[in-house]
Write a protein that binds this ligand. Structure first.
Ligand SMILES: [Zn+2]
Length: 128
């Protein structure tokens, strides 16, 4: 029965899963927001995910999922970089090349050192 009903419909994907999780998170967050009816907002992603599941416009839904995965990948890379940067911050410092603006990573606690930019060859002196 159910399989018949789902025939030709889109079903679940990563974006759908994300929407359900987002809805749950919003639901919890809005418990602490003293605005009347704001909890209704948390239903929007859930309703949208259900709509997508039963949608027959498979190409459109796939395009949405693809766009989502690309954005999600960017967020993950950003987060990964941030984590690395924090871990790195104890042993390294970051400087911007005054010529071309490239970010350079330099070990900490070496005193005054001369840094050569690998991109433009500019040399500058910094205390680390
Ligand atoms: Zn440079």
């Amino acid at each position: 029965m159910f399989r018949n009903f789902m025939a030709g419909r889109y079903g679940g994907d990563h974006f759908g899963m994300f929407l359900v999780i987002l809805s749950i998170i919003l639901c919890v967050v809005f418990l602490f927001v003293p605005v009347p009816f704001i909890s209704w907002v948390s239903w929007i992603p859930l309703v949208f995910s259900i709509y997508r599941m039963f949608s027959r416009q498979i190409e459109k839904r796939q395009a949405e999922n693809y766009a989502f995965l690309r954005k999600w990948g960017a967020v993950r890379t950003w987060w990964w970089n941030l984590k690395n940067r924090v871990k790195d911050g104890r042993t390294h410092r970051y400087y911007k090349c005054p010529e071309c603006g490239k970010k350079l990573r330099v070990p900490k606690g070496k005193g005054k050192i001369s840094i050569t930019c690998p991109q433009c060859g500019n040399k500058f002196i910094k205390k680390t």
